[in-house]
Design a protein around this ligand. Structure first.
Ligand SMILES: Nc1nc2c(c(=O)[nH]1)N[C@H]1C(S)=C(S)[C@@H](COP(=O)(O)OP(=O)(O)OC[C@H]3O[C@@H](n4cnc5c(=O)[nH]c(N)nc54)[C@H](O)[C@@H]3O)O[C@H]1N2
Ligand SMILES: Nc1nc2c(c(=O)[nH]1)N[C@H]1C(S)=C(S)[C@@H](COP(=O)(O)OP(=O)(O)OC[C@H]3O[C@@H](n4cnc5c(=O)[nH]c(N)nc54)[C@H](O)[C@@H]3O)O[C@H]1N2
Ligand SMILES: [Mo]
Length: 764
């Protein structure tokens, strides 16, 4: 039997599984980051690109939303940033003949890896109803096809407009303006699958869904707790900040089911010591928590803090802060008094002594930062978990003082900025009022659909036209089979993209691909070269300038595409000068400065080297824009995740060589995997209990209520030191296992980190 999951005509070498590593970067990192670039791009283009990444006059790296230090190094990028940049800036392009040679079903049989390897998209293509092929068309034809379709809908709500988080602020603003002027709030985005739970929890408790720290706070903190995040792969430059903090005496605690490389030890490639030495041991305490156990852990920590205060009144809580800036303390005390320690230990899989140790570290530290990512947000109880995280910080006044705070680490490089600019299906009336005043039309007020609701609307036939500003929705969202069937039911799909992906093969009756400039490329308009801006994880906004010539002259910028589409669809129905936006992006920024708070002097501020930091009530002045005007300590009911007998809790995560649905290579160096992705990591004790062994091939069945089981076939078992009862496999492949209905309470984010699975050996 062939073990290859990839049926795309490439000859793949056999899967190899070796030892996992506990140390990140160092010399191999430097080598791995430079080699592909030089091979593909040649030395000159490589040098130009790599020395521009994250520099004040260069472009913002698109690989994550980690902030830039003020005193930047000559090379301010990581191995994975170099991969993202070279993936985009490749000179390889998709030839015109490709479309006749490859039908939609040919594309469907290819892997994401193969699709990405075909190179950059350079001309608009159109698939007519009933046809099996895309054909190249002119830009004019492409815009008129979309305009005709959108204008023919019975209601603007029959269209949805998705956004992936690479879109710059200026594009995001113009895009949502077009969508609202067209008449709908159907603006689902990748954030719905990512940090939505963060936005919901922080909005309710501290009045703003964003980080409360500044970059410098890492220099002044006593303790950083990293929960549900793998920075060695997904935010590698964070390791440099942690190493610096460590040298200043900061302790670091990691809470994770996996002992991730980099969190354990780190070799900084920017220093001689990092290249030659053994690296820095980063983590002082590692809590190997069970999937979904964080809410129980956070409650247990708060309870220990309250108990310590009761034992020594006046010495543990920050009474002045609690009295002046918060409400809800007494309710929390009453609630946690009843916390069942046995339930906590079962849910977390930790020893009481480990929780005691972390509680002591927390109480001993004057200034604490907690960072988190997908391990906390993509859980059924994600919102409540994050509200508990805020409770813990509030008890000792760890919000709104230097060196302390809540810090969600964002994914896509401008996902936070896109939200600030209005890409959200439920923007506030204040924002919509400002839009109405500035542009003289009445934006719709009824909330639109998020990503999961949009798939359900597609299933019902309520959404007929799907437009994507970047991304790969059917690859990224849960329940691949259901999502793909829903997307195929549309009348038209339109995707603005840089490279091919699965979503281009899963289309409606009619389909268009509109190729666009990437962030690395010079964006030349009538008034000269334009720049854009982005907002990072700590609310700093700065410019990003394309530095290399576009890979083809036929490409349009995202702004050109949106403005020309808007003009074609809306004509004179709204008093907006779309062409003026395209000519000069300063005009867009002028409008933003009158609509979005914090951007009042946008054009001037963004031209300052390094940009500017947005105002943030909790961080700047302990001002909380909540229902009561105070930070809210909340009571949340623990409902630990059930693991049925003989089943495992599967999390779906990223390998070291992928960016979301983009697969750079089939390796995952830190976890010891080479030439394959069809692996499931399982704890050796669980393997013994299940009667399975390392190297065995299994089918993975996911069980969901009364539904038919979903299955991922023929995966190789890898014996791996994950927490007991837990397993891990890579997304996007594992998305077939996650039911659409499995979503986080209130934030409606797919529960990508906790799928109940049963493993069945493949018969030989
Ligand atoms: N190179 C690279 N960089 C990226 C991306 C990429 O794909 N590649 N993606 C970008 C995007 S969009 C995002 S959102 C971020 C994602 O960044 P991460 O959130 O770091 O990404 P994941 O691979 O999903 O890793 C989740 C981590 O949470 C842990 N975890 C899982 N379940 C639990 C749990 O129940 N409790 C705890 N405490 N931990 C848990 C996992 O073991 C893993 O270490 O990275 C961004 N940066
Ligand atoms: N099971 C599981 N599913 C998950 C996750 C998980 O952890 N587990 N993570 C979720 C998360 S955190 C996220 S953020 C989503 C990601 O969901 P998406 O953002 O939709 O997916 P990406 O894979 O980042 O999108 C990649 C595509 O974007 C296009 N692209 C790249 N650069 C540009 C550009 O500059 N402009 C334009 N217009 N297009 C561009 C390319 O065509 C590329 O193929 O996936 C989610 N899905
Ligand atoms: Mo993300």
């Amino acid at each position: 039997m062939s073990r290859k999951p990839l049926n795309d005509g490439f000859e793949y070498p056999d899967l190899e599984v070796g030892e996992h590593e506990d140390v990140a970067v160092g010399l191999p990192g430097i080598y791995h980051s430079m080699e592909p670039a030089i091979r593909q791009l040649g030395l000159t283009r490589t040098a130009k690109l790599l020395t521009s990444i994250n520099q004040k006059d260069g472009f913002d790296c698109m690989s994550c939303a980690w902030p830039d230090p003020d005193n930047r190094k000559a090379l301010e990028f990581c191995e994975n940033g170099a991969k993202a940049v070279t993936w985009e800036a490749t000179p390889v392009t998709v030839a015109s003949s490709f479309w006749a040679e490859n039908s939609i079903s040919d594309l469907l049989s290819k892997s994401e890896y193969w699709l990405g390897m075909q190179g950059r998209l350079v001309e608009p293509v159109y698939k007519a109803a009933g046809s099996e092929h895309y054909v190249p068309v002119s830009w004019e034809k492409a815009f008129s096809l979309v305009a005709e379709k959108l204008r023919g809908l019975d209601s603007p709500n029959e269209a949805a407009f998705y956004t992936s988080g690479r879109t710059a602020n200026e594009t995001a603003f113009v895009y949502q303006l077009f969508v609202r002027a067209f008449g709908t709030n159907n603006l689902p985005d990748c954030s719905n699958m990512c940090h939505e739970s963060t936005g919901t929890a922080l909005g309710e408790t501290i009045g703003i869904g964003k980080s409360t720290i500044a970059y410098d706070d890492f220099e002044h903190t006593d303790l950083v707790i990293i929960m549900g995040q793998n920075p060695g792969t997904n935010h590698p430059r964070m390791l440099t900040a942690l190493e610096d903090a460590k040298r200043n005496g900061t302790s670091i605690v990691s809470v994770n089911p996996l002992p991730e490389a980099g969190l354990m030890r780190y070799k900084n490639p920017q220093t001689v010591r990092g290249i030659l030495g053994k690296g820095t041991t980063l983590t002082d305490q590692f809590l190997q928590i069970r999937s979904g156990g964080d809410m129980a852990l956070l409650q247990a920590l708060s309870k220990r803090v309250l108990d310590a205060e009761a034992a020594n009144p006046g010495t543990v809580l920050d009474h002045e802060f609690l009295a002046n800036y918060t409400d809800g303390l007494e309710e929390l005390k009453a609630h946690l008094a009843k916390l069942d320690e046995a339930e906590v230990l079962a849910a977390t899989g930790l020893d009481a002594a480990e929780i005691d140790e972390l509680a002591s570290r927390y109480i001993a530290a004057d200034r604490v930062i907690i960072t988190w990512a997908m391990g906390l947000t993509q859980q059924k109880k994600a919102v409540d978990t994050l509200k508990e995280l805020i409770n813990l910080l509030l008890l000792r006044g760890n919000i709104g003082k230097p060196g302390a705070g809540a810090s969600p680490i964002r994914g896509h490089s401008n996902v936070q900025g896109d939200r600030t600019m209005g890409v959200w299906e439920q923007m506030s009336d204040t924002f919509l009022d400002a839009l109405e005043k500035e542009f003289g039309f009445a934006p719709p007020r009824e909330h639109g659909t998020d990503a999961l609701q949009a798939i359900e609307a597609l299933q019902r036939g309520a959404i007929k036209v799907w437009v994507s500003m970047g991304g790969n929705l059917v690859g990224a969202i849960s329940d691949t089979a259901a999502a793909e069937a829903a997307m195929r039911g549309t009348e038209m799909t339109v995707q603005v993209s840089t490279k091919l992906n699965r979503s281009h093969a899963v289309v409606g009756d009619e389909a268009l691909i509109l190729p666009t400039l990437g962030r690395t490329e010079v964006d030349l308009q009538a008034t000269g070269p334009q720049f854009m801006s982005v907002e990072d994880s700590v609310c700093a906004v700065h410019a990003t300038h394309g530095r290399v010539p576009p890979v083809a002259p036929s490409l349009l910028s995202e702004i050109s595409i949106v403005t020309r589409l808007a003009a074609a669809v809306l004509g004179d129905s709204v008093p907006i000068d779309w062409a003026g936006f395209e000519r000069d992006y300063d005009v867009i920024r002028e409008h933003i400065s009158r609509v979005v708070p914090g951007f009042e002097n946008f054009n001037a501020d963004v031209r300052r080297k390094g940009g500017f930091v947005l105002p943030n009530g909790p961080r700047d002045s302990r001002t909380f824009a909540t229902a009561t005007g105070k930070a809210r300590i909340t009571v949340n009911h623990l409902e630990p995740l059930e693991r049925p007998e003989g089943r495992l809790i599967l999390q779906t995560l990223r390998s070291h060589d992928q960016f979301n649905t983009t697969i750079y290579s089939l390796n995952d160096r830190y976890r010891g995997i080479k030439n394959g992705r069809d692996v499931i990591f399982v704890n050796p004790d669980d393997l013994a209990e299940l009667g399975l062994h390392d190297g065995q091939r299994v089918d993975i069945f996911s069980e969901w209520k009364n539904d038919t089981d979903r299955v991922l076939r023929n995966y190789r078992v890898v014996s791996y030191p994950t927490a007991k009862g837990c397993a891990a496999a890579y997304f996007p492949e594992a998305n077939v296992l996650i039911p659409l209905a499995s979503a986080a309470d209130r934030s409606n984010t797919p529960v990508s980190k906790a799928v109940v699975v049963r493993l069945e050996p493949v018969a030989r």
